[in-house]
Design a protein. Structure first.
Length: 299
C-alpha cells in the first residue's frame, strides 16, 4: 500500500467515479483502475461494490477512506514541518549572552531582527559569562554565544565581531568620586575596588589586566563579585568602586554613577558572536546570516 494509491483511492471516493478522479489526479482511467485493483489485492479485500450505476464503498472501503484522509493529512503536515525545519523557519536556537550585554542595543537589535524574520523559531537565551559560554559551546549544549574572545581565534569555533566595547568606572552615587570625578586612574590608587573572578571571563580579565600593567596601575581589590550584576550591586551598596564594560551602563542601576576616563576608553573590548562550525542547524545558520550582514570582521 502506497501513499500514491491512497490518494487515488480518496480521489475516486470524493469525485464518485473513476473518470472524474482520473481528471483530478491527472492519470489515465485504465491506469487509475489498475492502481485501485492493486490496492484491493494488497489489502486482500474489496473496497468498492461495482454496479451499473457506478461504485459504492464497502464497509472496508469506508474504514479505509476515513483512515486514508488522516494519513494523507498527516503526511502533508510532516512534509511541511520538515521543510520548515530544514529551511530554518521553525525550530529553536539556544544562545548564551554575557550578563551585561542582555540590554545592549546591538544584541537586542539582532534578536529583534531575527524574531521579525523567523517568528516561528524559539529562542532559549542564557545569561552566561564568557568562560561558561565557551565550555557550553565546546560541549555542544549552546548553539551560539555572545562573548569576549581573543582575536587569535579558538580551535573548533567560528566567530564574527559584533562591536567594540570599552571600559567605564562605576562609583557609588553618594561617593566623593561621583561629585568630583577622577581624570586619571592614578587618582584611584587608594580606592577600594570590587573585582570579578578570572574564571568567569578569562579573555576579558587578562585583556583588562594587561592594559592596567601598561599604565602601571594596580587596583586595590577588597571585594569580589560572581558577575557584573553582582559587582554593580556591591558598588551601589557602597562597598567600593569597579571597572566594567561600558555595556553595563545600558541597564542602569540605582545608586551608581558611571564615569568615563580617557585611559579606560583606550582599552578596546571586542564582543563576538561565536558558534561551532559543525552545527548544521538551519535556524542557527539563518541567525549567522543576519550577523554577517552587520559584522565588521571575523576571527
Amino acid at each position: 500500500m502506497e501513499f500514491r494509491q491512497l490518494s487515488y483511492f480518496v480521489a475516486v471516493v470524493e469525485t464518485g467515479s473513476i473518470s472524474a478522479a482520473s481528471r483530478r489526479v491527472h492519470i489515465a482511467q485504465p491506469a487509475l483502475t489498475r492502481q485501485i485493483r492493486l490496492l484491493e489485492e494488497d489489502l486482500d479485500t474489496r473496497l468498492f461494490d461495482r454496479h451499473a450505476r457506478g461504485m459504492r464503498l464497502t464497509v472496508a472501503g469506508q474504514a479505509l477512506f476515513d483512515e486514508a484522509r488522516q494519513l494523507l493529512d498527516a503526511r502533508t503536515q510532516i512534509r511541511a514541518r520538515l521543510t520548515a525545519l530544514g529551511s530554518g523557519l521553525t525550530g529553536k536556537v539556544s544562545l548564551g549572552v554575557t550578563v551585561t550585554h542582555l540590554w545592549v542595543p546591538e544584541v537586542a537589535g539582532l534578536l529583534s531582527r531575527y524574531r521579525d524574520r523567523y517568528p516561528q523559531v524559539a529562542f532559549e537565551v542564557f545569561p552566561l559569562l564568557s568562560g561558561p559560554q565557551l565550555e557550553r559551546l565546546r560541549e555542544g549544549s549552546l548553539d551560539a554565544g555572545v562573548l569576549y574572545l581573543d582575536e587569535t581565534g579558538y580551535p573548533g569555533l567560528e566567530a564574527r565581531r559584533l562591536q567594540n566595547d570599552h571600559l567605564l568606572l562605576a562609583v557609588p552615587e553618594r561617593s566623593a568620586w561621583a561629585q568630583t570625578p577622577p581624570q586619571r586612574l592614578a587618582e584611584l590608587a587608594d580606592a577600594d575596588f570590587v573585582w570579578g573572578f578570572r574564571s568567569a571571563s578569562p579573555v576579558y580579565f587578562d585583556r583588562m589586566q594587561a592594559h592596567f600593567q601598561r599604565l602601571d596601575f594596580h587596583p586595590r581589590v577588597v571585594q569580589y563579585g560572581a558577575d557584573n550584576i553582582a559587582i554593580l550591586s556591591m558598588v551601589a551598596a557602597g562597598l567600593g568602586v569597579a571597572i566594567l564594560p561600558a555595556a553595563s551602563s545600558c541597564h542602569p542601576m540605582p545608586g551608581i554613577r558611571f564615569l568615563r576616563l580617557p585611559e579606560l576608553d583606550a582599552c578596546s573590548m571586542p564582543l563576538w558572536f561565536a558558534w561551532r562550525p559543525d552545527n548544521d542547524s538551519p535556524a542557527l545558520h539563518n541567525l549567522i546570516a543576519l550577523v554577517d550582514g552587520a559584522a565588521p570582521g571575523s576571527v
